[in-house]
Design a protein around this ligand. Structure first.
Ligand code: AMP
Ligand code: GLY
Length: 426
């Protein structure tokens, strides 16, 4: 089959790599893609917000399945738009993607369906003063403030003091960046525990767990400094054992998929369950409507089943006929970034060392561009390096050996990816 994959990050390079392994694939196109995805198919210069141009491309190139990588086009309704024209899409509808697109929607949905999550209150833009009053009267810190809409991971604030709450509320009110996202505000109880992410594939009725991982969101070692899109991940994470995974399935995944179906809002695509494993059990911190970046780079190489077949079965509502097989390796993914990310950084530095990477390690591109036969840095998160091992420790060691082989000016990475998992084992 001919496939169009939408997106251009490290996650999409890993998806392209995975799709390209399938016997079912004829031609793979990636829009807009990056120099890494171009190794597995043909990059096409399309904007993800230009749905008409995407439709023209699909119709002109006999595309049988469109796979959507990032959240924005899903929340904007690309699936509905293409399905109405008779095309098959892997990714949830606009309404189902509200599980990520609106924190208020997700929290109310979970409350209604008794899916464990944080206690919360939601407020409209005109009620920020009321929110402050309620927070002051409760006097319980830390407290979590969340802009309702998509904010690229930057709309969540964990506030330790009343003063911080006031400052953040003013920021949300005045910031142009959050104008859309902060039309509503959610105030949440702070959940204590260990974070982990479980990735699920669903056709609306059947749900299968793909894998589970732990992300490293902060820029600095020891989880310090600013939040980023993700500086590294590893899988599987010992934070979730077999029994905990069963609880997550029973208490979170199955009730979510069946309640969405009952609400006539079936969830087809990837459901990313961002969890806090608390003393009382697993609780949802966030839902996302797509694979994580950089978690995808660690989990996709672990999936032995044909990922394209799984996505096609999910889009065709035939997932009950498929099983997900994963291998028994640990994988670690370290993001190589440009020094200064996530604030300001330089681009255009030459990257070398690709040829020295060992056979079983993988390097996925994100912020790169090719120019005059060279690969240059072109973004904050530049590359992800993924290594495998029989133990978590081995996978970490093997990955960092490869990390050292890649060079570019201003290369920055965290040297403690996976360390929180090791702590958990010992
Ligand atoms: P989100 O975008 O909702 O995943 O939030 C970003 C990060 O903020 C999460 O990965 C958590 O580390 C943290 N976070 C969000 N909500 C809570 C909460 N209710 N309690 C504790 N930490 C949270
Ligand atoms: N790595 C976090 C995310 O993709 O949202």
């Amino acid at each position: 089959m001919n496939v169009l994959l939408l997106g251009s990050g490290g996650r999409e390079h890993a998806m392209a790599w995975s799709i390209a392994k399938s016997d079912k694939l004829d031609k793979l196109y990636i829009a807009p893609g990056n120099p890494g995805t171009a190794q597995h198919g043909t990059n096409v210069d399309l904007s993800l917000s230009d749905f008409d141009a995407i439709l023209d491309f699909i119709e002109g190139n006999d595309i049988e399945l469109t796979v959507v990588g990032p959240e924005q086009p899903l929340v904007d309704g690309i699936t509905d738009f293409l399905e109405e024209k008779g095309h098959k899409v892997f990714g949830p509808s606009r309404l189902a993607a509200q599980l990520e697109g609106s924190k208020k929607f997700a929290n109310e949905f979970m409350k209604e369906n008794r899916i464990p999550t944080a206690e919360f209150e939601s407020y409209s833009r005109g009620e920020f003063d009321k929110a402050l009053k309620v927070i002051k009267s409760k006097d319980e810190y830390p407290v979590v403030l969340k802009a309702d809409g998509l904010a690229g991971g930057k709309g969540v604030f964990i506030c330790e003091t009343e003063e911080e709450v006031e400052n953040r509320l003013n920021e949300l009110k005045e910031s142009k960046q959050f104008k859309e996202a902060a039309q509503k505000l959610v105030v949440e109880e702070f959940l204590e525990g260990k974070e982990a992410s479980v990735f699920v594939i669903s056709d609306g009725k059947t749900a299968r767990i793909l894998h589970y991982a732990q992300d490293h969101k902060r820029i600095g070692e020891g989880d310090t400094g600013l939040n980023t899109g993700g500086m590294g991940a590893y899988c599987p994470t010992p934070v979730i054992g077999n029994r905990m995974l069963q609880r997550v399935e029973k208490e979170i995944i199955l009730p979510t998929i069946s309640a969405m179906l009952l609400d006539e809002n079936p969830y087809k695509g990837i459901l990313y369950c961002g969890l806090m494993i608390t003393k009382e059990g697993p609780k949802v911190v966030e839902f996302n409507c797509r694979l994580g970046d950089p978690e995808a780079q660690a989990i996709l190489p672990s999936i032995e089943s044909d990922f394209l077949e799984l996505m096609d079965a999910a889009a065709s509502e035939e997932l009950d006929q498929k099983e997900v097989r994963i291998d028994d390796k640990y994988r670690c993914c370290v993001v190589l970034a440009s020094e200064g990310y996530p604030v300001e950084y330089e681009k255009g530095k030459e990257i070398t060392g690709f040829g020295d990477i060992s056979g079983d390690a993988l390097v996925f591109h994100a912020g790169t561009k090719s120019q005059d036969g060279k690969i240059l840095t072109d973004g904050g998160r530049v590359l992800s390096v993924v290594g495998a091992g029989d133990t978590l420790e081995d996978s970490i060691r093997n990955t960092y050996q490869e990390v050292d082989k890649i060079s570019f000016a201003n290369k920055y990475y965290r040297s403690d990816i996976g360390a929180k998992g090791l702590k958990h084992v010992s």
